[in-house]
Design a protein around this ligand. Sequence first.
Ligand SMILES: [Zn+2]
Length: 532
Amino acid sequence: MRTKRFLKTQAIAASLLAPFAAPVLAQDLSVDTLIKGGTVYDGSEGRPFIGDVAIGGDKIVFVGPAGKTRFNAKKTIDAKGMIVSPGFIDGHSHSEHFLDNPNAQQRQAPAYLTQGVSTVIIGVDGGGLPELKDQFAKYEQQGVGINMASYVGYGTIRKRVIGNDARAPTANELATEKELVVKGMCEGALGLSTGLFYAPQSFAKTDEIVDLAKEAAKRGGIYDTHQRDESSYSIGIIASTKEVLQIGREANIPVHFSHIKALGKDVWGKSAEVIKLIDDAKAAGQNVTANHYPWTASQTYLESALVPRWVIDGGYAAMIKRFDDPALMPRIKTEMADNLRRRNGPHSILFTVQGRPWTGKYLDEVAKEWKIDPIDAAIRILRQTQNEFIVSFNMSQHDVDNFMRQPWAVTSSDGVPGHPREWATFSIKYADYVKKRHVITLGFFIRHSTGLAADMYMLDRRGYLKTGYYADVLVFDPNNYAPKADFVHTDLPSTGVLDLLVNGALAIDNGKMTDVLSGRPLLHAPSAGTCL
Ligand SMILES: [Zn+2]
């Protein structure tokens, strides 16, 4: 794509042909792109400096104080007054719908690029495929705009081997599940992801997960989890946190909490207790980390939020069948009402999927319109839709701030269509939490969105502005970097990203998206001798 060596050759040729040219010409460093005079945050804990960053091919070839080195650059970006940092890394993304898209513009993953994100972690919540090579080969062949790394997902595996039933695997089934974890790990997965909150993954007992996590551990992987309970649904957030730590200890694997939060009124304020459990485990030598998103509203499926798990046993059709059984309805409704209370009542559930009669309305508004009880309204919607996404306002600002400040928590979007976090997570974290509310500093924000994340996800030569590292480089305007998406218009691009290079190519050039598809699959190398 780029003629990396052209300018170097040209510079040498010019100096040979013109012996009376300024002698400094031969010493100029020939590069493809020079980002000049910006405020450089290199992804480490070091202090920012006014500096130059130069790129040749897909690598960073120079990072240093401004003006000390002379360059012969094919393209120069004047970054005076701008922030220059590594491209952001999204620790928990559902960007597959962009990456798999038949439309090349969609495959650029505009939601991510326009926030400054150059790398996403996918296959989360137990959703990753064991056939990673095929998936990544397709991305490489069709071209995508961002880099991605993936987990192998427990949910995919359990559904294939056991289906939707609420039971433990037989010995044979467990062996098959293990084989699929091994397959994923040996095809380059970062580790094993689970979403134990969701049926049918919720039907797994701890020992089954430990057995599978051991296979990921042997191959140098990590355990990433949307834990069993972030609230008071089943075992409660404290017991659930302990379960994650137990899985880490017993499988001898680093554990990573996905979108760590305290969800629902019953557990508001519990962030302190969760943080203490994690800090104690770390002090005892365990490797524990997390990602989090800067929103007090989550997003999930209507059935996951409100319907008890025993009602979902067997899948959607089985749920509808139970709705049709008048003998069961009183208990179902009572338990659904309790789940709704837990989530802050009917005015905390917002429908954002486009094109429905209830789009843009809260559950209480829909119920009022239909002149029925909110639970009956929810059941009516459940009967008409499967996996209806909802936005659920259920977190306390105090807990969100508290998790964000932890030295072991990196940024993630958990982005899905219908919640502004897909288009505006990194920009809102900067605009609201750094600039407006001063919850964290700019340096903390960048470190926890770049280098620290690259370390946690074991991404080879990513996340830092260092010579020899891949050129994922972001230039943004500290005065204009801000979200535009909100809960009404969830898919508006953020403002203020001026330039974003992905593997050395400009995906955003002077504030505008190019049509470059320079993202790459990032494969984890399994421990030597574990994949024969
Ligand atoms: Zn999740």
